[in-house]
Every structure is written in structure tokens, then in C-alpha cells.
Write a protein that binds this ligand. Structure first.
Ligand SMILES: [Zn+2]
Length: 244
């Protein structure tokens, strides 16, 4: 490695260490504090609806509302990236209120009482979970349900995609890539509904599907479709952040 690159890498590592240790802001790298006032402000929940997810091909006329609480850009994007890819667990704390607000907003829009709603958490790709060694979305959900009471949290979905990134794909490519992406745990395709219900994995009441970021909505659509086909009553999708 030449000296210039070595310098850049060591600079990157030390700035990462500053963020991990709370010596600089996770959103903008300003020194001195784990999350500066400006970035805290950017992380304040402003729940809104994004375009709905069209599931008309599964159930006639069905559109699921998709809620998000933060704009996926700037400090929010940086904090989420560092939280997930740099594995900085304490960043779950400032993100949890946003998810809580998004869940409450989604429930309200769907006309469902939050306390009667079960959250189904979007699964992580096995390869990604293994590489990260921690469960970012799960830890934000845990924080969110301390603020917003729900009927329960379930993780019946399994991501059955092979390793590979979807970050660079366009809308149509994503839809193709996500077709058949998920399965319900213990619920073989075409084997009927009784098995997972019997094992208590699938909730009977209304369900909000929870994810960290919504971009095209293709992944949420595929996960929701998988649940609906398995007999789950999905009423909305709630995410932490969404692209503007
Ligand atoms: Zn900042």
C-alpha cells in the first residue's frame, strides 16, 4: 500500500473510532459529542406516508400504506449507515423514537389500534447477518416498543435470497430480484396455513410490517405478499426512514 492510501485508511479508521467511542458526531463527524444538536434535530420523527405498496395482484384492490418518520439523506443516511455497516449498537437509541412514531402513524392511518397490532420484522439476509454479527433492526424495534405499546413482535419471515447487493439496482430490477425473496418459517409453499399458525409464529390479528429503510418499496411488497399468501392480515408497512 502506498503512503497516500495508507494515510487515508488510517484517517478513516481513526474517524470511525471517534464515532464508535462517541468522540465525534455519528451524523456529521463534528468533534466532541456522539450526536450533535443539528443531527439530533434531523433525527426527530416527522412521520408521513410514502406511496403505497400495490398488492392488487394478490388481493383485489389491496394497497398497503407505507409510513416513514425520517428523510433518508444527510445525517439520517450517515447515522443509519454507520449503525448498520460499522456496527455501532448505541445508535439504536436515537433511531428508536422515529420507528415508534412511524408505527403509530401507520396504525392510525390503517384505522387499527396500535396496542392490538403485531409487528413483523423484516428479516436480514443470512449472509449479511453473519457478517454484521448483530441485529440492527431488531435492536431499534426493541427500543421502539418501549415507547409504543404493541400486541407483540414476530419474526416469521426468512430471507431466502442468495448473497448479493440490491443497492445498485433500479425499480424493475429490484422487483425481479425480490420475487420469491422470502419464505415463512416452517411454512412450505403450497402446504396450507395450519403449520405455522399451529406453531404460533403467524399472528392472527392485524400486522404492521417493519423495515429500516424504504426506497422503491419492492422489498416491502414482496415480504407483505409472502405474509398475505400465508394468511396474515397485513395492514401497513412502517419504516424508520424513506427516500424523499
Ligand atoms: Zn452532527
Amino acid at each position: 500500500m502506498d503512503r497516500l492510501r495508507a494515510g487515508a485508511v488510517s484517517g478513516l479508521l481513526s474517524s470511525m473510532a471517534d464515532v464508535v467511542l462517541g468522540r465525534s458526531c455519528a451524523g456529521c463527524d463534528a468533534p466532541g459529542i456522539a450526536l450533535c444538536q443539528e443531527c439530533r434535530h434531523a433525527l426527530r420523527a416527522r412521520p408521513r406516508l410514502r406511496r403505497s405498496v400495490d398488492l392488487g395482484d394478490i388481493e383485489g384492490g389491496l394497497h398497503l400504506p407505507v409510513a416513514c418518520a425520517l428523510e433518508y439523506r444527510g445525517a439520517v443516511r450517515q447515522v443509519l449507515y454507520r449503525f448498520k455497516d460499522h456496527r455501532i449498537p448505541h445508535l439504536a437509541r436515537p433511531l428508536a423514537p422515529a420507528l415508534a412514531a412511524s408505527i403509530a402513524f401507520a396504525a392510525e392511518h390503517a384505522g387499527i389500534e396500535c396496542a392490538r397490532t403485531t409487528l413483523v420484522v423484516m428479516p436480514t439476509r443470512r449472509s449479511t447477518a453473519k457478517r454484521r454479527g448483530f441485529d440492527p433492526l431488531g435492536s431499534v424495534v426493541a427500543g421502539a416498543i418501549r415507547e409504543q405499546r404493541v400486541a407483540g413482535v414476530r419474526t416469521p419471515l426468512v430471507d431466502i435470497r442468495r448473497a448479493g447487493t440490491s443497492k445498485t439496482l433500479g425499480v424493475w430490477e429490484r422487483q425481479l430480484a425480490t420475487a420469491g425473496a422470502f419464505a415463512v418459517r416452517g411454512h412450505a409453499r403450497g402446504r396450507g396455513r395450519s403449520h405455522s399458525r399451529g406453531s404460533g409464529l403467524l399472528p392472527d390479528g392485524p400486522v404492521i410490517l417493519v423495515d429500516d429503510i424504504v426506497t422503491t418499496g419492492a422489498t416491502a411488497r414482496e415480504a407483505a405478499a409472502t405474509l398475505i399468501v400465508a394468511g396474515v392480515h397485513v395492514v401497513a408497512v412502517a419504516t424508520i426512514a424513506g427516500t424523499p
